[in-house]
Design a protein around this ligand. Sequence first.
Ligand SMILES: Nc1nc2c(ncn2[C@@H]2O[C@H](COP(=O)(O)OP(=O)(O)OP(=O)(O)O)[C@@H](O)[C@H]2O)c(=O)[nH]1
Ligand SMILES: [Mg+2]
Ligand SMILES: [Zn+2]
Ligand SMILES: [Zn+2]
Length: 500
Amino acid sequence: MRRHYLLSQVWLDWWTIIRTTVPRVRRTSARALTATTKAMLGGVRGLFTFPVWLAVCGGIVLAAVPVGALGAALAVLYVLVAAVGLAGWLAGALVLATVERVFMAYGRILQTCPHPFCYEKIALPAYECPACGARHRRLAPNRWGAFRHVCRCGTRLPTTIPLGRFRLTAYCPHCAGRLPDRIGRVRVEPLPFIGGPAAGKTTFMFLAIRAVSRRAHAANGRVAFVEPRHAQAYAGALGEFRRGGQLAKTGPELPLATMVDVDLPGPGRHIHRILYLFDPAGEHFTGATAVESLRYLDHGEALLFVVDPFALPEMRRALSEEESERVAKSAATSDEDPSDTLQRVLNELRSRPDQGRQKRIAVVVTKADLLGQTASGAGGVPDVRAWLGGLGMGNTIRTLDQVAGQVRYFASGLDTDPAAVAELLGWVTGIALNGHTPRHAVEPEVPAAALRDPWTPRGRPAELVPASYQAGRWAILAGLSLLNVAVIALSIWWILRVLP
Ligand SMILES: Nc1nc2c(ncn2[C@@H]2O[C@H](COP(=O)(O)OP(=O)(O)OP(=O)(O)O)[C@@H](O)[C@H]2O)c(=O)[nH]1
Ligand SMILES: [Mg+2]
Ligand SMILES: [Zn+2]
Ligand SMILES: [Zn+2]
């Protein structure tokens, strides 16, 4: 990496100038002196020419004084020009850094890591040079450059998001994991799914992505997965839904967030978000210690609780034998009471420094289609909150009210209106997704794709000095020449004025 020209190279240049000119001047004068001496003092002639030689030597010494003064003056001017340039550059860098700050603050840009065992909040990602693959950990306006940094391979890289930094591939500075393409440009919205085993988290997640993609399709927007494997999992899940099958249980490892890049041209505001959907296996919530490793719960302002109605003890008691059998055949159910699962997570959250405060919590009661086929759920559940209260979740509901600014309750089944699902997901992730959402449209494909063009590497070959250095040298030369001309003109003007 190359530092900014005015910060170090300019002084190296200066040193080079002095190092080459001073010995040369000395060599030339020494040679001239010996030649004169030899010519004048050689042989008998020397006796006569000695006074002349003395005069020549005296002249040289006398002349050295103004030449030295001129050299000193040039040095001062060099420093002056460099200092003025430096001040201008510093102001530019400061303005640029401020512009980026404001941009990030205005868009409430949040950057977090989706990778297991990390999940850290990120101040500045590490960016990869598209030409040589070197990673740059400080690509921002700083001493390495205000607008562009120059990679050691010669490629120029943009230092801020508005200048195009988001076009470079970004990596987490903590775990080196790859980050989504538009990170830093678009706000990351982490949405943890919380619920016991077989509660219906994964099913609801794919139903929600399907609803959002239909909504985006209807609004001429775009939805894309960041990871190809998530696009595959989604396509597989849709196929399973169509066949009327059941999704596989989620694996026991810590989850990589399912990253969904949403881009919707709205009538008012253009919506873009990168959703991080964290869907771990329910077992992570059934043991008290396991919740601790889900560090992504530390940042973000929304949660999604998934409640399996058939795991509620009161509900189980109310089911007839025939109903229980039918439900067991259609969907797996866990033994743990959802109130216990939720309370455990809420207790863990409330022990944190910020008391686990959330802006929005969505409570989703799943398997609503199966619920509708039972005596106690026939005709649907118009008021989910009251219904859960009646089934012994009153305490949990009150705790939720304390933890979150807003809480919404929702009943979801395989046949729930996608418009309602999209609206709920939009609400909980802080984007407006309400509006026309077709029910029976041809399923829009959700590919794994980047929603931005990559950075085209441009710059000089590595053997050459960076263009900015070249420009800096020319600028210094121009500045010096200008000052020189000015000084000479001033002196002439002064002499003319002083002379009678
Ligand atoms: N009929 C119906 N079945 C559902 C619904 N949601 C989930 N299921 C079924 O419930 C079972 C568990 O669903 P999952 O989505 O795998 O649950 P999960 O919470 O991801 O489970 P883990 O990965 O083990 O934590 C599966 O058999 C699903 O088919 C629903 O809305 N309707
Ligand atoms: Mg799952
Ligand atoms: Zn490079
Ligand atoms: Zn990381």
